[in-house]
Design a protein around this ligand. Sequence first.
Ligand code: BGC
Length: 762
Amino acid sequence: MKLYKLAVISLIVLVSCQSQKTENKDSEMDMFISKLMNEMTIQEKIGQLNLVTPGGGILTGSVVSSDVEAKIRNGNVGGIFGVYGPEKVRQAQKLAVEESRLKIPMLFGSDVIHGYKTTFPIPLGMACSWDMERIEQAAQIAAKEATADGIFWNFSPMVDISRDPRWGRISEGSGEDPYLGSQIAKAMVNGYQQNDVSASNTMMATVKHFALYGAAEAGRDYNSVDMSRLKMYNEYLPAYKAAIDAGAGCVMSSFNDVDGIPASGNKWLLSDLLRGEWNFDGFVVSDYTSVNEMIAHGLGDLQAVSALALNAGLDMDMVGEGFLTTLEKSLKEGKVSEENINTACRRVLEAKYKLGLFDDPYRYIDESRPQKDILTKENRAAARETAAHSFVLLKNNKQVLPLKKSGKVALVGPLADSQNNMLGTWAPTGDHSEAITVIKGFNNVIGNDVEVLYAKGANIVDDTQYAEKINVFGPKVNIDKRSPEQMIREAVAAAKKADVIVAVVGEASEMSGESASRSEITIPECQKKLIRELSKTGKPLVLVIMSGRPLAISEENELADAILFTWHPGVEAGNAIADVVFGDCNPSGKLAATFPRNVGQIPLYYAIRNTGRPQAGETFTKFKSNYLDVSNSPLFPFGYGLSYTQFAYSNLQMSSTKLTSEGAIQVSVDVKNTGNFDGEEVIQLYIRDVVASITRPMKELKGFKKEMILKGESKTVSFEISEKDLRFYNSQLHFDSEPGEFEVFIGGNSDQLLKASFILEK
Ligand code: BGC
């Protein structure tokens, strides 16, 4: 036992004359915490439930904590976020462990959503890589960099399933699918925690936002959610559970209501489900002032909502200080019990114990680390590769891409030379000045035989009021002094001189993310005009589209010869884009979220249930389920993405057409690379439960593999299906499979699949 822990224990033994309340558990941790808690006053226990931010980072609420130093000294702070760097973290921790009465160390947290300083692509982009090793590696690198700066508690992964691209925060998650989302949740928790949260280069993960935040009505942020339990259990909850099963130490409650009760005060959610059904044993932190926000939800005054939250099972109150300022009063008035305060306090202290803070409160502070561990060449190389693997090639007529490294390229568009927009939303620890723009990336990669003719061509948006809303965290949209017409003329002039046009268009980084919902999800009109004019030149037109959400790009899909959808690619953006555009890397991303044709189709996702009046094919049929003005199909389906090469699927084989509860079926397919490039392909397996006691999705992803297949090579790729893959929650919320026929589909996207079937016998 280290000196520090001994000091805390001897302090406890000296001061304590109280007999210990016996706890069931008698592990070293339990004994240690019990002893410590015996020394704590009620207010000190409540202090552990208080999470503050002194400001300085990106603030997502209107409140910032005040008098932070005094509160730390008085034992009124359990954790802090928005403080970075060994020196500052040491200073703050010192106040807690040297100047507070019980010397309890604080948690230091942050939002490290897609990399710390080495910013990776936005999470939705990374999800499109379908590459669990890269995603885990990105999380591992983030943890190494963040801990080098003294941060050891991460408010990530964000695993909210979302099927509504109007919602700006779809950018922060892994898209629409519970299976893919669950695999990614697991990979991220493993990457952050690496099975040992106490190691000096790992950080505790927080799964958020529990729960259903991605299903906000009309895609408007923070809006109500209303959903059947069946949909919750089968589609929206699995990703949270996967993160918890992978050992995430913390859960963050969401802003929205669930079944009419805001998540932060929802006992069913935070206690019955999370702890009762799922056995979660970490602690639950609220979202930013989400306890206080229950006042606006109409659940009572601050004292009432704080008591509601504690009684529901919330352990730590982020920024709002409802716990700090009202729980003692509620205890006196019998509105909360001492037991509930103790339970919450114990959970927070357990996390500190597991992180090793009682052994050494300064364990994550090492002044030599930032220099060694942050933004290293290796980390940047990983970010560059991950970005290149997250891009989705949506169209590539006549093999326009990859471009040859010779000739003249017109590089146009408002995002071609826009350093401030490369990192993407929610990169509060990233540094824009480190980001590689597309023009820089091109110059790094093209060699001597390509001439780049640059023109901005358009603003991201022309409307100054709109720009102001986007520019809240700094200038993302610069409205040019030149007129829109002038800029278009310059771009067209460059295009006319070039062999090919590459137009880098789309959203500014803060056009998605928190509080950035959009009711139209098209490319802004001023950029659409540019694209129209460019297409009129008759030169091959390549669109590189950056965005934090799926966009409705039907018109651009008609006008462009090639479309590479790059999301916001992170600190190595320009290099990664140049790698793919000029063929040093063959794109292999596949959509993790469906692209609708227009907003009216939303929510649109592949795993739909059949109606009683399904329409066969695309032709409108009266009295079938359809629209008068748009077809049912998406513009690009889930799982879709092209490569510079082509893959042919054949020979779907099954080891048996009968499956029993104990057995397994092997399903295999041959995938041949029939094109001219080596390439990676994501082979996807879907299953349909043909007859069941409830309506079931037409297809559900149940497996995938990403394989490198060399030019001319054919690979047999196999999957195993067992009875447990066929289970679902039925009307009684019982998780089981039902016997009968199942269809099995394998292919390169959710729409183009080979099919076979088998029978489950039970
Ligand atoms: C966001 C969370 C984030 C928190 C702290 C909130 O506004 O919803 O995702 O972790 O702020 O920064």
